[in-house]
Design a protein around this ligand. Sequence first.
Ligand SMILES: Cc1cc2nc3c(=O)[nH]c(=O)nc-3n(C[C@H](O)[C@H](O)[C@H](O)COP(=O)(O)OP(=O)(O)OC[C@H]3O[C@@H](n4cnc5c(N)ncnc54)[C@H](O)[C@@H]3O)c2cc1C
Length: 404
Amino acid sequence: MDTLCVVPIRATKRGDDRTPLQGGCDVLVCGASFAGLAVARELAGSGADVLVVDRYEIGERQTSACGIPTEWLEATGLIGAERQRFDSLLLHTPHGDARYRLPWTFSTFDYRELCALLWEQCDTRFETAKVNGLVESNGDAAIAVETDRGEISAPLVVDALGWRRVLATGDGYQPPDAPLSRGLEVHPEGSGPDLEVWIDRRYVPAGYGWSFPAGDELRIGVGSFDPRFHVRETTELLAEDLERERVRYQGNWIPHELRGATGNGVFFAGDSAGHCLPLTAEGIRTALYFGIALGRELRGVVDGWQDREQAAARYARFHDSHEWKFRWMLRAQRLVPKIPPRVLGPLIRLLGVKRFVDWSFGHYLRIAPPELAAGSAHDQDRADEQQDDADRPLGAERDLVQAE
Ligand SMILES: Cc1cc2nc3c(=O)[nH]c(=O)nc-3n(C[C@H](O)[C@H](O)[C@H](O)COP(=O)(O)OP(=O)(O)OC[C@H]3O[C@@H](n4cnc5c(N)ncnc54)[C@H](O)[C@@H]3O)c2cc1C
């Protein structure tokens, strides 16, 4: 990643506090951000011994601009972390701007507060530990995970560790060759009324810039679909153009292709499974969505109505049923940078008609609808079927596949 100006000291256990951590539990959730905490939340009240581990304390390291459809905050009981709400999106191109009136509102939130609220919904143990990888399987039903505080084993293990997918066996998935986007932002003090996006090659040849106000802070950044394009200079350029300070950098790689939902007995959710949406790089709602879905399958194992293999098959099916939508988003991601800039401005204004915005943003929300958060494993089956059937523009999809 681009180098960061100041390396902040993150809250974690140090020195003598880093006592050996060994033994077993029923469910081991690695990663305590959106996906990991969503999994743990679904296991609350199950009576299972659930251990969540992360290299930092919960909520310590903000991993995004923290923008999400408001309905998701409401459906998950996390609305208390909201900072600002927007009913429109202001799009800038070199050849004109357009304001899209959204059919649903979008919110920015405080990362630390959101994680604290999610944690309140869990009744699990938490430890700070750096996860190093899987220990060679000894044929036992329990899976052993190596951490810097010792080996922990559990029959049910979740990797919610982000794009590195630490618990997968080495597949050489590394930037800049892997399908990863690059994102970097600064967090200056300041405020603004609009959720703004720039599609402008001055900032990035393939990707976009953004400014997300969050109360008294702005999150200004640039994301590049091309991992070889360095975004540091242009993130600073965008901040400079907006006359904002270039402070408090945060950046990461962002996956833009799905990866396996399971492997070697381990379950993957969030960025580790490539659940971040191509084109928009929206990965919080999907991390919560797939995390909740996975948590419910694991709960089925804990409650005794299915075994690990059945849970793996059901979760993989749920994951796979979304694949075609991710593929469509990826096609759009590849197409947008090819549109000549002089066409882009008028095109964006044309597509801004209410009917089209309502239709496209409605479909976009349905990729990971908030209703799932309030439902049960049964609703999940229904969502699964819907992803497979009702929503799919069969003819169009078939034509495209044939054309390829
Ligand atoms: C600059 C930028 C801005 C973004 N803005 C948005 C946005 O506004 N809205 C949106 O929806 N998405 C946004 N995204 C994408 C979003 O951040 C991710 O898709 C989302 O964070 C994925 O959630 P996750 O829980 O899977 O992984 P993460 O949020 O990446 O969490 C992984 C967790 O695992 C821990 N961890 C990692 N490795 C180890 C290890 N070896 N041992 C122990 N713990 C470890 C980390 O500390 C972390 O807590 C943005 C991404 C970037 C880079």
